[in-house]
Design a binder for this molecule. Structure first.
Ligand SMILES: C[S@@+](CC[C@H](N)C(=O)[O-])C[C@H]1O[C@@H](n2cnc3c(N)ncnc32)[C@H](O)[C@@H]1O
Length: 223
């Protein structure tokens, strides 16, 4: 259903038919791991040592690895691609992970529902570049969206973005350069091709590296 005032989502929502085994898995575990809209404003920031949001997690490789390494952190993963969410759910159940919650829909639907100053870190790894000029409104990173991210980050909380696409690289530079509520971190470099060790390669970053493309990393903190 498309709600009034809902921002239109342009990416892919569904892929192949979900197998009956995975549908059963969804039925059995969705209540435990899929966030309901009403739960979001009730999340308390002090329940875990850190709160991390990954927007557009794809098949969830980074989330799974980070959450295993940091069992005392809460990871909220958001992706509007239904099949990717089921894949992540399957990995969570198989690995008996307890500290990931999934929002299986558009981030815009919940971004304003989180408490202010909730997150220590927000990750956006390889956002869709929508490279054509006529599609630039479809890009996830927009000034209003950055306002919302800033609100839900803690003071000095980090925003990390990666991309191998030149259009997106310029877009990130342009959009964050003019803001005074996010500071660049990385000792004077605007971006680097060095991935932090504690973040894991994803499907899209692996694909880029296999094709000898440079993955650029941008690091900001909330001022
Ligand atoms: C290019 S893929 C990158 C996936 C993953 N981060 C990786 O590096 O392999 C972008 C992902 O962002 C998701 N996405 C795009 N816009 C979104 C939105 N508004 N809300 C939630 N997810 C979104 C897409 O469904 C897709 O899975």
């Amino acid at each position: 259903m498309f709600l009034k005032n809902q921002k239109k989502f342009y990416g892919r929502r569904k892929g192949r038919r979900i197998s009956s085994v995975n549908l059963k898995l969804l039925e059995d575990h969705r209540n435990k791991f899929y966030l309901h809209e009403d739960q979001i404003c009730k999340l308390e920031s002090h329940e875990y040592n850190k709160n991390i949001l990954e927007i557009g997690f794809g098949n969830g490789d980074n989330l799974i690895n980070m959450s295993v390494n940091k069992p005392n952190y809460l990871f909220i993963g958001c992706d509007a691609y239904y099949n990717g969410c089921v894949k992540l759910l399957k990995k969570i159940v198989n690995k008996n992970i307890k500290n990931i919650k999934i929002w299986p829909d558009d981030i815009h639907l919940i971004i304003k529902k989180f408490k202010k100053n909730f997150f220590d870190l927000i990750l956006i790894l390889q956002p869709d570049p929508w490279p054509k000029r006529k599609h630039e409104k479809r890009r996830l990173i927009q000034q209003k969206f950055l306002d919302d991210l800033n609100q839900i980050l803690k003071y000095e909380g980090k925003l990390i973005i990666s991309t191998d696409h030149n259009v997106m690289k310029s877009w990130v530079l342009e959009h964050l350069h003019i803001r005074n509520d996010f500071l660049w971190i990385k000792n004077g470099y605007y971006y680097t091709n060095l991935k932090p060790k504690w973040i894991f390669n994803t499907k899209y970053s692996n694909k880029a590296l296999e094709n000898n493309k440079v993955v650029n990393w941008f690091f900001f903190k909330k001022k």
